[in-house]
Design a binder for this molecule. Structure first.
Ligand code: ZN
Length: 231
């Protein structure tokens, strides 16, 4: 009974509605929460960027970026519903567990451009990685988050670019920050959405050049052309 009162009041005050279906709710409603629950798997972008090939850097995603999960990601990334970091961090944590090497891990978020940080008021991927780490630590995983990557130069917005244009846009865009990567930890690149794999591949390329080839990349949702094997 009280719940019936609280949600409409919250809706008036905060405009709170479910990001999946629009019904009044704080965060996600129950049915959308179930529909978008993590279904982690290794999903390769097709074609697979060279940087992910030998030795393979496993692309683990917490779910397929479709239906409710897609709407959640749009609300989180484009519409300022940053509270959904809590929901999506479960997807990233589930993806990291797909990669579990049994060794201590260092999660390296892909860097956020100054433009994105201004537009969103936060470094969403860093927030996502830190929230995912919280879940993993509670499960007994020895894991840290390391801001080891930064932008070397500005890039165009990736949205609307095809695979080749995305790769060209990002080539040489990142650098490894000296002294940021602790020794003795397997590196996992963290991003929000895997589309062509261009962003993750560029992060893998620069980390590999520094002798710290990641074991995998973990994202909340994968989209685009996906394959169960390298293509
Ligand atoms: Zn809903």
């Amino acid at each position: 009974m009280l719940g019936h009162l609280i949600v409409p009041v919250a809706d008036l005050v905060l405009g709170a509605s479910c990001a999946g279906c629009g019904a009044p709710a704080l965060g996600l409603c129950r049915s959308c929460g179930e529909a978008a629950a993590p279904e982690p798997a290794i999903r390769w972008p097709s074609p697979t960027p060279d940087a992910l090939r030998r030795p393979p850097v496993l692309p683990a995603s917490g779910g397929v970026n479709a239906d409710v999960l897609r709407r959640v990601l749009i609300a989180w990334k484009e519409e300022g519903v940053t509270a959904l970091t809590g929901v999506l961090s479960h997807h990233v944590a589930a993806a990291v567990l797909m990669l579990d090497s049994g060794r201590p891990l260092s999660l390296v978020p892909v860097p956020t451009s100054a433009r994105s940080r201004r537009a969103r008021g936060a470094d969403l991927v860093d927030d996502l990685a830190r929230a995912a780490r919280g879940h993993l630590v509670r499960l007994g995983v020895d894991v840290v988050v390391t801001q080891a990557l930064a932008y070397r130069r500005t890039t165009e917005d990736q949205a609307g670019l095809g695979a080749a244009a995305r790769a060209a846009n990002l080539a040489g865009a990142f650098r490894v920050r000296a002294g940021r990567l602790p020794a003795g930890r397997d590196v996992v690149v963290i991003d929000d959405i895997l589309t062509t794999g261009a962003t993750v591949a560029e992060a893998v390329r620069v980390l590999s050049e520094e002798g710290r080839r990641p074991i995998g990349a973990a994202v909340a949702g994968a989209t685009g052309r996906l394959s169960e094997t390298v293509r």
